[in-house]
Design a protein around this ligand. Structure first.
Ligand SMILES: NC(=O)C1=CN([C@@H]2O[C@H](COP(=O)(O)OP(=O)(O)OC[C@H]3O[C@@H](n4cnc5c(N)ncnc54)[C@H](O)[C@@H]3O)[C@@H](O)[C@H]2O)C=CC1
Ligand SMILES: CC(=O)C(C)=O
Length: 259
């Protein structure tokens, strides 16, 4: 149990990849703070973590709100008795041709996908320093943070931005013993992709499921990614074996984008 005695906070942990990460870090031995805007589902994940014999706490916060993110980190430390790992996982997708993107769309996705990660980095680094120990920060980027995807232009831009923040934060916090890395999943079968697929159907007339199947069909390893696949990388990046890695944005996609 490589994370025995550690406390991890995971944003967007009520479902999907965030839930998978929360459960995996709990299996690795960490106690978990679950942060999301969806209270009902958070309670279910907390029960799953407690069934694994770990402590769990929930905190409702919108990651685009700086004060709420700082409050979530304070809550995790006070309730679970420490703070060691921050996973800035929450994010949203938007599917639109660039020609149709509105200012309101851009404001929303930048606030959640970029500012949400920024506030998470700030709050976690400040807490690690206040506690006087090192820490690990993990940020959700994507293969769309390495290649701009059609119809996902603004989303892709936010995931490129996460890589930039990850590199800058890694440089600024290295002397404090804080490492900052990003994980870059491929095509993961979560609700996010249900919505992406549905929106592609509206825009192109493709039958439901066809866009998802097309993208999955392009994966070299021949299957869609699961939250557990992503969580395995995050577990490594949260644990001691990755102590000499910082500022990286590591792809886990079964073979779609090669860097
Ligand atoms: N599903 C995929 O294929 C991929 C997903 N990603 C990234 O992984 C992360 C997780 O994605 P999924 O689990 O697939 O998404 P999802 O849509 O299934 O789950 C996202 C979770 O984040 C929460 N959330 C949304 N906005 C929030 C906010 N403002 N504050 C707090 N919580 C909020 C939702 O309530 C939900 O529980 C996202 O950052 C996404 O961009 C990256 C690459 C591929
Ligand atoms: C949702 C997402 O990041 C991709 C690449 O599908």
């Amino acid at each position: 149990m490589t994370l025995e005695g550690k406390v991890a906070l995971v944003t967007g942990a009520a479902q999907g990849i965030g839930r998978g990460i929360a459960l995996r870090l709990a299996k690795d031995g960490a106690d978990i703070a679950i942060v999301d805007i969806n209270s009902d589902k958070m309670v279910e994940v907390a029960a799953e973590i407690e069934a694994l014999g770990r402590k769990a706490t929930t905190f409702k916060a919108d990651v685009s709100n700086r004060a709420e993110v700082h409050a979530a980190v304070d809550h995790a430390e006070k309730t679970l008795g420490g703070f060691d790992i921050m996973v800035n996982n929450a994010g949203i997708a938007q599917v639109d041709p660039i020609a149709d993107v509105t200012p309101e769309d851009v404001d929303l996705i930048l606030k959640i996908n970029i500012q949400g990660v920024l506030w998470g980095i700030q709050a976690a680094a400040a807490k690690f320093k206040a506690l006087g120990h090192k820490g690990k920060i993990l940020n959700a980027s994507s293969i769309a943070g390495h290649d701009g995807f059609e119809m996902l232009g603004v989303y892709s831009a936010t995931k490129f931005a996460v890589r930039a923040l990850t590199q800058a934060a890694a440089k600024e916090h290295a002397s404090d013993g804080i490492t900052v890395n990003a994980y870059c999943p491929g095509i993961v079968g979560t609700d996010m992709w249900v919505e992406i697929d549905k929106r592609f159907s509206e825009l192109t007339g493709a039958p439901i499921g066809e866009t998802y199947d097309k993208y999955v069909g392009g994966i070299a390893l021949g299957r869609a990614q699961t939250p557990d696949d992503v969580a395995a990388l995050v577990s490594y990046l949260a644990g001691p074996d990755s102590d000499y890695i910082t500022g990286q944005a590591i792809i886990t996609d079964g073979g779609i984008v090669y860097r």
